[in-house]
Design a binder for this molecule. Structure first.
Ligand SMILES: C[S@@+](CC[C@H](N)C(=O)[O-])C[C@H]1O[C@@H](n2cnc3c(N)ncnc32)[C@H](O)[C@@H]1O
Length: 355
């Protein structure tokens, strides 16, 4: 395509690498776990999904216990978070379990099969969607762990002429992909910056957030977004490729590496407020899981585990809230978005961002 028609913008490149119907990264494999490319929180400890299930149950109660209530997960991976959440909910609040109408938004046929197998075992019927827009209207609880970071971004580099869009093209020898710039600057981008600064525009994530927040503002409910990112992203390049649990060159093997960009929580929050929704947080993953009782749950699980497994239970829980510089507990943030009438969401303080 590039050889025939010329360079393509980064969002197009990301969309093809991740979602091409034949060669796309997510269409062709299960990338999760030790044998794959990366590991996510629900795959580290069952406590993650359990606490999120209990969080959803409490929000459902605060919503006035609507029945049915759509429980929606965006990008459910292997279905692990949902299976753990449903198990916790069915003992803690069976009335919520009965009210749940489950919808999974997933483009990967490989992961859809994994989700179906997990949820069949849990005995809960689900409906799958290519996109969230086809989930039926009505009150909804929407969960998204490491979903927004997989959505394609555009990037612009500051030059003497203005902001020029980054594009993926071919090196002169035609043998490898290289990043270049659209020679014509793009008008209307707000930030001023020094030459070489990179501005990331999460165009797909923003339109997704506007749609979801608009839905919650009209029909009620809440969205929980957990992802790696910052409230205020700097003007630096955060596009990254990961393959076999190591960082890789995003252009080296299209469709063979996971491509993500840090989530711009500030921009997502502004999009949600513009669509009429209320914000809660963001807080760090460590703060969120701590407030939901991670330590107490880990202690109980470890006490019930076989002696040779108790240490692993405790270590896995600690990894989720590790607040060192590169720890998940600090890098990952949690943002809640709700309809305007839900004034409080568990473990998420009222947001200072909406002020
Ligand atoms: C990084 S994985 C996270 C999986 C899971 N949430 C977890 O925490 O283990 C990203 C998930 O989003 C899905 N996905 C990626 N892009 C998508 C899109 N545009 N629409 C729907 N699902 C998508 C992937 O197939 C995968 O299930």
């Amino acid at each position: 395509m590039i050889a025939q028609n010329g360079p393509i913008p980064l969002d197009r490149y990301m969309a093809l690498c991740l979602g091409h119907p034949v060669h796309g990264y997510y269409r062709t494999r299960d990338p999760l776990g030790a044998s794959g490319d990366f590991t996510t929180a629900p795959e580290i400890s069952q406590i993650f999904g359990e606490l999120i299930g209990l969080w959803a149950a409490e929000v459902w109660h605060a919503m006035g216990r609507p029945a049915p209530c759509r429980l929606v997960e965006l990008g459910p991976g292997r279905g692990t978070l949902m299976a753990d959440a449903l198990r916790a909910v069915s003992t803690a609040l069976p009335a919520f379990a009965e009210a749940i109408d489950l919808h999974l938004v997933e483009t990967s046929p490989v992961l859809r099969r994994a989700q179906a197998a997990r949820l069949d075992a849990a005995g809960v019927p689900a409906t799958w969607h290519e996109a969230a827009g086809t989930v039926p209207d009505g009150p909804a609880l929407i969960l998204a762990n490491e979903f927004f970071d997989a959505l394609p971004v555009r990037q612009f580099e500051r030059t003497a002429q203005g902001w020029c869009e980054r594009r993926v093209g071919l090196a002169p020898d035609g043998a490898r992909l290289v990043l270049g710039l659209d020679p014509d600057p793009t008008p209307g981008l707000p930030a001023t910056a020094g030459t070489g600064a990179i501005l990331t525009l999460p165009s797909v994530a923003l339109s997704e957030m506007r749609r979801l927040a608009g839905r919650l503002a009209r029909g009620g409910g809440a969205l929980l977004c957990v992802d790696y990112g910052e409230v205020q992203l700097g003007l630096t390049d955060t596009l990254q490729a990961v393959r076999g649990h190591r960082f890789a060159d995003p252009l080296a093997a299209p469709g063979e590496a996971d491509l993500t960009a840090q989530v711009d929580f500030g921009a997502l929050a502004r999009a949600a407020v513009e669509a009429g929704a209320r914000l809660h947080g963001p807080v760090t993953q460590a703060e969120f899981l701590g407030a939901l009782g991670l330590a107490q749950r880990a202690e109980r699980l470890a006490a019930r585990a076989r002696p040779d497994q108790a240490g692993a239970v405790t270590e896995a829980a600690a990894r989720l809230v590790d607040s060192s510089r590169t720890g998940m507990g600090r890098l990952f943030k949690v943002l809640g978005v709700s309809g305007p009438d839900l004034t409080h969401l568990p473990a998420l303080p009222s947001s200072t961002l909406s002020a």
